[in-house]
Design a protein around this ligand. Structure first.
Ligand code: HXC
Length: 260
């Protein structure tokens, strides 16, 4: 990514990033490291973390990898404790771990619905809750990765839409409850971002051109677009921004989900 922002705008900060091994939040972890932050990444599977850890370290950054399933509060508490043991503090929490698959509501099992809500919504709460004391000490901040699916209605995505609506509620509630502790809580709602696992799962190649035509800016998003939004929100330039979910989608959701 080219350096739009001043070097080292996050120098001295420690960022704890869930889902930080791959995809959008992997990009955010890498970009934060490039701008001076020390990174802790977590994911269910340790093997998803190793390549990102190596990449950040080979490029002069610091990265601590710790496996945890965000659905498991004890595992999350352990990952937070190990990060604090390693770096001494946490300044920024980024909730990026998410589950997704396409399924019609009349085919989806209760457990399928609950699994995605558990990963996205309960997982986000678990990480925020487990990091609260650290964020209170550091006067830190939280960035929750959401979506735009629930702004209208997105067929085959009832589980993710419900889960991300819950994530947005967490962003707003915590911004109010924890603002008085000096903790800023914001979100980012990415639109369709190319080269991500989510897009591979959700979007048949055949539809890509049709969807591109429905995006006002005429292109899919890039992981770098989300990195830039996250760098802005995490930086002091956003020090009075609290409780917003910034949509980064080229204007796509305003066009609705119809492909006609
Ligand atoms: C229907 C499915 C399913 C599918 C799983 N389930 N996959 N139902 N269609 N394709 C159901 C299972 O049948 C089961 O219910 C329940 O979900 C739990 O399945 P498990 O395999 O036991 O769960 P688990 O291994 O814990 O997690 C499964 C998973 C996860 C949620 C699918 O592996 C996953 O999502 N991985 C993808 C990660 C990813 O792509 N992240 C990026 C998200 S992108 P039953 O009733 O059978 O027990 C994103 C962006 C959105 O969020 C916005 C885009 C614009």
């Amino acid at each position: 990514m080219s350096n739009i922002f001043a070097d080292n705008i996050l120098l001295g900060k420690v960022a704890f990033v869930t889902g930080g091994g791959t995809g959008i939040t992997g990009g955010v972890a890498r970009a934060f490291a490039e701008h001076g932050a020390k990174i802790a990444i977590t994911s269910r599977k340790e093997e998803n973390l190793i390549p990102m850890k190596q990449f950040i370290e080979e490029n002069g950054g610091e990265c601590f990898a710790v496996a945890a399933d965000v659905r498991d509060f004890d595992a999350v508490q352990n990952a937070i404790a190990k990060t604090v043991e390693h770096y001494g503090k946490i300044d920024i929490v980024i909730n990026g771990a998410a589950g997704n698959f396409l399924c019609a509501a009349d085919q989806l099992s209760s457990n399928g619905f609950g699994t995605v809500v558990d990963i996205d919504t309960k997982g986000t709460f678990n990480v925020c809750r487990a990091a609260f004391e650290e964020l209170q000490s550091s006067k830190g901040q939280i960035l929750n990765i959401s979506a735009t699916l629930h702004y209208l209605a997105t067929p085959m995505q009832i589980h993710v839409s419900a889960a991300k609506a819950g994530v947005d509620a967490i962003t707003r509630n915590l911004s109010v409850e924890w603002g008085k502790h000096g903790i800023r809580v914001n979100g980012i709602a990415p639109g369709p971002i190319e080269d991500t696992e989510g897009m591979k799962r959700l979007l048949p190649d055949a539809l890509k051109e049709k969807i591109t035509r429905k995006i006002p800016l005429g292109r899919f998003g890039k992981i770098a677009d989300i990195e830039n939004a996250a760098l802005f929100l995490a930086s002091d330039a956003a020090s009075y921004i609290n409780g917003v979910t910034l949509v980064v989608d080229g204007g796509q959701w305003l066009q609705g989900t119809s492909l006609a």
